[in-house]
Design a protein around this ligand. Structure first.
Ligand SMILES: [Mg+2]
Length: 126
């Protein structure tokens, strides 16, 4: 199973089957899934806490830290897919819509190479 051969629906079905087999739909409600996503995102952040950006990037590419990062990333993605399942959200549509909206907020000609928030781009400052 790899990204080039797997659809979002395939992944959603795997997550739904896992949840259903354990009768966990009762726990996988939007409120608790949103909280669980934040918890797992914090576990992901904790792996790199207090390290420089360069060190974190190196650790993400190789070794035991890479495996831990992949597992925490998977936890976040699994819970996001479960939230999409529980709330009936079409992931492909909402991601495409959000990227388009972000493109309007961050036009290439104003945001390229800049980390400024969109509210600061049109003022010419960062
Ligand atoms: Mg975790």
């Amino acid at each position: 199973m790899s990204d080039d051969r797997t659809t979002v629906q395939d992944l959603r079905a795997i997550v739904a089957e896992f949840v259903s087999a354990r009768d966990w739909e009762q726990f996988h409600n939007p409120k608790d899934l949103a909280a669980a996503i934040a918890v797992e995102a914090a576990e992901l952040q904790a792996l790199f806490l207090w390290r420089s950006a360069d060190d974190a990037a190196s650790l993400a590419l190789a070794g035991g830290m890479r495996m831990a990062m992949k597992e925490e990333l998977a936890d976040v993605i699994i819970l996001c897919l479960s939230l999409a399942n529980a709330a009936g959200v079409d992931v492909s549509s909402v991601v495409r819509q959000k990227v388009e909206a972000n493109g309007a907020k961050y036009p290439v000609e104003l945001s390229r190479g800049s980390a400024a928030k969109y509210t600061e781009l049109r003022d010419g400052g960062e």
